[in-house]
Design a protein around this ligand. Structure first.
Ligand code: NAP
Length: 261
């Protein structure tokens, strides 16, 4: 009773801005989403899925021709050319995301590097190959999230639920031989996500790590060329599951799983 009374008083003396309009049954309408690695596999499927649900979407990838191709196919999207593993690209990527969307509610760190190709034992892995995997899979998401935290926190203050999804893998949990650079970097990303969520959830910014499961994508084909693709998930299915997980967070329900595999 007492706290209710106090909050009513404080609202009267300093009005809290009303949350922006949202379609009651669809938390994605007008949602501002940035996705790294949006020109292939899961990232591209996510761009399509979230646009279809009514979100405003900016995506990032390194190859300009692919970014332009996706922009042409999905003219409502905003394509950004950039490399998340390069420190000097983070500020321009951030400025373009915020400029295109006018702020940010959801960041999906999806771009990833497998390390040595073909996959190698750790003893045969070059330091530079491990460095590249860590730069793409850990430092990239860390720098980009840090650079966008102000926008995400502003979104939370405006009454939206701000969310960062870091795309993980079962290799973050299991010690698969020859997946050392990738697995170690994904494990670091998973733990970074858990700690950051502890630190930021009180401010309304939630940070999750999600394993989409084995998917039929160019990355999987490069890593396991002889895989039976009939056993792999379509990236469109993983995108739908991931979007549903984002919807759960947006509706302020606790996410129940970290893996869809
Ligand atoms: N496929 C699977 O079975 C599987 C399983 C578990 C987890 N995952 C995870 O799911 C996510 C998506 O994987 P995927 O299989 O969909 O990959 P994918 O088909 O290879 O697509 C990767 C995307 O990321 C972009 N990219 C790569 N490095 C980048 C960088 N440094 N900066 C910016 N963009 C970059 C690529 O475009 P450019 O090359 O033009 O930059 C491309 O758009 C990854 O995090 C992966 O670890 C995949």
């Amino acid at each position: 009773m007492k706290s209710n009374h106090e909050s009513a008083d404080s609202t009267a003396s300093s009005p809290v801005p009303a949350p922006p309009d949202r379609h009651p049954g669809n938390p994605f309408v007008g949602l501002r989403v940035a996705i790294t690695g949006g020109t292939s596999g899961l990232g591209l499927a996510l761009v399509r899925e979230l646009l279809n649900r009514g979100a405003r979407v900016a995506f990032v990838a390194r190859r300009r021709d692919r970014v332009e191709q996706v922009r042409h196919e999905l003219p409502d999207s905003h394509g950004i050319v950039g490399d998340v593993s390069r420190k000097e690209d983070i500020h321009p990527i951030t400025m373009q995301i915020v400029g295109a969307l006018g702020g940010l509610d959801v960041l999906i760190n999806n771009a990833s590097d497998l390390g040595p190709m073909p996959l190698k034992l750790l003893a045969d892995t070059e330091c530079e190959e491990l460095e590249r995997a860590v730069a793409t899979n850990v430092l990239g998401p860390f720098r980009l999230t840090k650079a966008l935290l102000g926008s995400l926190a502003a979104s939370a203050r405006e009454g939206r639920e701000a969310v960062v999804i870091n795309v993980s893998s079962d290799a973050a949990l299991n010690a698969y031989a020859r997946w050392g650079a990738y697995g170690a970097s994904k494990a670091a990303l998973l733990h970074l996500s858990r700690i950051w969520d502890e630190e930021l959830s009180q401010e309304g910014v939630r940070i999750f790590s999600i394993d989409p499961g084995d998917m039929d994508t160019p990355m999987h084909a490069a890593a396991v060329p002889d895989a039976d693709i009939s056993t792999l998930k379509r990236p469109e299915v993983a995108a739908l599951e991931l979007a549903d997980a984002v919807a759960e967070v947006l509706s302020r329900r606790p996410i129940v799983q970290e893996a869809f595999a």
